[in-house]
Design a protein around this ligand. Structure first.
Ligand SMILES: Nc1nc2c(ncn2[C@@H]2O[C@@H]3COP(=O)(O)O[C@H]4[C@@H](O)[C@H](n5cnc6c(=O)[nH]c(N)nc65)O[C@@H]4COP(=O)(O)O[C@H]3[C@H]2O)c(=O)[nH]1
Length: 693
């Protein structure tokens, strides 16, 4: 990885600027100081020279003034000027001046603009002005041996001369400064580069050579200098720590990714079967609809609901239920080509999506296959379970074009399939929606009805057909709903069963019927045996026997007056379990009758084991008696079977005298039906009990 530092200024440049400017500043200060020193030395030298010149002139000029030898001292002045860098030497001669009457005689030598020595002319203002501007001048008074003031000698040193000298010094200083500075700069650069920059550069090189995350690939070399060594080893420790952190971070990242994947899997799959769950299924269905829209193809949604799963769960427990679901899943997987199209929608509900449908036969074929594979018995914990399923089918675009609609319609079709006797396949039709709606309304009203006591118990007499004597009655519930009206049990009992409300409803009927029977007995009437319809679900309730005992005690109803009716098909869902439950109930002295006998395909071997007292011939066999040969044969067979198993037998739905006579003549003397009486409310039955049939 390349570090993004290239745009930054290099330390070389910075250090270069610092070194160069520092060296130049210090060398400049040094040069200025040197210049000043040399300048001062020069001035001192000039002063000394002038003093020496003056002192040599002083004596000779004094003597010459005294002897009025103007020309001689003039020559002396000229000689003194020549070897030295004097600008001018001026002599004031008071003696000659006295003679000339002017007080003083001024003479001397001065240099002209070219440096040539010329006579000083006192009246020349230009020369005077030049003298005034001289950088240095000194005047000595000349005394005669008698200590009389006889003149002065003045020496002038021009700064022009000095300037030439100073310029030389400046040039010299500058050259010196430049050479020294350059040497120093080179030396400093070499030293700094060797001891600081080189180690830093190699560190930078190592650090720059990094992986995608910016972590250096190798360690920094450790140099001798203590500070650089400390820096390098600290960096190496950091690199080690960062690498360790990176590894730990990577591991954590991998773990988190694995956890995320697992969570995602959990969120979209069913833990038990590993199939797509409702969430993933909804996504897939939506996707499939989109695809079908684009490709302009047809698709089907199959809603598969197991028929007797709830009973298995309730009776054999959840573990057994889970095993059943696993086996069902395996069978479905084998039956369906594309596993992705299969999902577990809910408890015992599965869904299948069939895309790119060519014709409906494909769907029916698959639905039949599913029906058949789930019809085969499932062996769980030494039990042979018959589960079966009901399948509802909705089609895109025929029935709907949204996930919600297709699901709703497939569900409605599945309910229709269930209502039509289970183990069935139904395609959705618009009437099903109406029925489903009715079902929902019915369920809500049922709950409200139970709360508001809208249920009434009717009784239908059971009569000894030989003696025309009432020996018992069957309790049949009636529902007078203020919202729905008078509803037939054939309509609301299946809904109560599927919603679980049946448990509460049956207990309501038991309580009212037993209270009524006990009341009649108390009144001295003889209602005989009270027969009550109970579903297997009720009998499976763990507290059922306890509840029955409490009810017997509460209502004052004797146990011998009670008989429970269980339909044959309900017993045959799980015959082994039914045998166990019914045995427990019969153990406390309650009589048991098998209702709707002849419709549930019970085998003789099971009948033998069931702790029952009575068989009730289903009214479908009675209806066509005595004309229908088949019904005649079945009825006779049931009567014979009951006799051979030593069981009582009763026929229901007896409407005519012929039916009654046929049954009585063939050994079934117990009769229930409109021939004797329709189911009636308690007060009307009371009249019958008092006045007779
Ligand atoms: N056509 C005709 N029908 C006759 C005749 N004699 C009796 N019936 C009718 O046949 C049904 C007999 O009851 P089921 O087979 O136990 O069939 C019952 C029973 O399975 C269920 N049921 C009724 N009350 C209860 C209850 O309290 N609890 C439970 N779990 N189920 C009940 O609802 C079913 C229907 O009950 P209902 O409509 O009362 O219908 C009753 C009764 O009114 C006749 O001569 N001709």
């Amino acid at each position: 990885m390349k570090l993004p530092f290239s745009s930054r200024q290099s330390i070389y440049v910075t250090l270069g600027i610092i070194i160069v400017s520092t060296v130049f500043i210090s060398m400049s200060i040094h040069s200025i100081h040197d210049y000043q020193k040399r300048k001062n030395q020069m001035i001192e030298e000039m002063k000394r020279t002038s003093k020496l010149t003056i002192s040599s002139l002083q004596k000779n000029v004094t003597n010459l003034i005294e002897s009025y030898a103007v020309n001689e001292y003039d020559t002396l002045v000229l000689n003194a000027m020549e070897p030295n860098d004097m600008f001018a030497i001026v002599v004031e001669d008071f003696k000659t001046g006295e003679i000339l009457g002017s007080g003083t005689y001024i003479s001397g030598k001065i240099r002209d603009s070219k440096g040539k020595i010329v006579d000083f002319v006192p009246n020349n203002t230009a020369q005077r002005e030049q003298l005034k501007q001289c950088y240095y001048s000194d005047t000595y008074t000349l005394f005669s041996p008698e200590k009389e003031k006889i003149g002065t000698v003045s020496i002038y040193i021009s700064d022009k001369v000095m300037q030439v000298e100073l310029n030389k010094i400046i040039v010299e200083s500058l050259v010196n400064m430049l050479i020294t500075s350059l040497l120093m700069i080179v030396f400093l650069f070499i030293a700094i580069r060797l001891f600081i920059l080189k180690p830093l550069s190699s560190m930078v090189r190592v650090i720059s050579n990094s992986d995608d995350d910016g972590i250096p690939l190798s360690f920094v070399p450790e140099f001798k200098a203590r500070e650089i060594f400390t820096l390098a080893s600290t960096m190496n420790t950091m690199i080690k720590s960062i690498r360790a952190f990176k590894i730990a971070l990577l591991e954590q990242h991998n773990q988190l990714r694995a956890q995320k994947n697992a969570l995602q899997y959990q969120a979209t799959h069913d833990a038990l079967t590993g199939l797509a769950n409702r969430v993933l299924f909804s996504e897939r269905l939506e996707y499939a609809i989109e695809k079908s829209k684009i490709r302009n193809t047809r698709m089907a949604l199959l809603f598969v609901d197991l028929d007797h799963f709830k009973e298995i769960n309730d009776s054999l427990g959840h573990e057994a239920g889970d095993k059943v679901l696993t086996i069902v899943t395996q069978r479905l997987k084998h039956t369906i080509d594309k596993e992705e199209s299969l999902a577990r929608f809910g408890g015992d509900e599965f869904t299948v999506i069939i895309e790119e449908l060519q014709n409906l036969e494909e769907v029916s074929l698959l639905a039949d296959k599913i029906l058949n594979v789930l019809l085969a018995p499932i062996a769980v914990d030494h039990h042979e379970l018959y589960v079966g399923c009901s399948i509802g089918i909705s089609l895109y675009p025929d029935n709907g074009d949204t996930t919600q609609d297709l699901l709703k319609y497939a569900d409605a079709a599945m309910y229709a399939a269930k209502n039509e006797g289970r183990n069935n396949v139904r395609y959705y039709s618009s009437e099903m929606t109406t029925r489903a709606l009715e079902r929902v309304v019915m369920e809500t009203s049922l709950r409200a009805g139970l709360k508001n006591g809208e249920f009434i118990v009717y009784f239908q007499p059971q009569v000894n057909g030989k003696e025309n004597r009432l020996f018992g009655m069957e309790a049949l519930v009636r529902w007078n709903s203020p919202t729905v009206g008078l509803v037939s049990p054939a309509v609301f009992i299946p809904i109560a069963e599927s919603t679980g409300l049946i448990v509460e409803l049956d207990r309501y009927v038991m309580k009212h019927a037993m209270t009524q029977i006990a009341q009649w007995y108390k009144e001295g009437l003889n209602p005989g045996i009270l027969s009550m319809n109970l579903t297997m679900k009720q009998l499976q309730q763990k507290d059922f026997i306890e509840y029955l005992k409490t009810l017997l005690a509460e209502t004052g109803c004797s146990i011998e007056w009670v008989e429970l009716e269980v339909t044959e098909d309900q017993i045959m869902i799980h015959p082994d379990e039914a045998i166990d439950i019914l045995r427990e109930i019969s153990r406390i002295g309650v009589k048991i009758a098998v209702d709707d006998f002849g419709t549930g395909y019970s085998s003789l071997s099971y009948l033998k084991k069931l702790p029952i007292n009575k068989l009730k011939i289903d009214q479908s066999f009675v209806r066509e008696l005595p004309d229908d040969e088949e019904d005649v044969a079945i009825t006779k067979a049931i009567i014979a079977m009951a006799q051979s198993l030593n069981l009582d037998v009763i026929a229901e739905g007896v409407e005519t005298a012929e039916q009654k006579d046929f049954l009585v003549q063939n050994g079934c003397i117990n009769i229930q039906g409109y021939f004797y009486s329709k189911p009636k409310p308690a007060d009307e039955i009371r009249t019958i009990l008092i006045e007779g049939l």
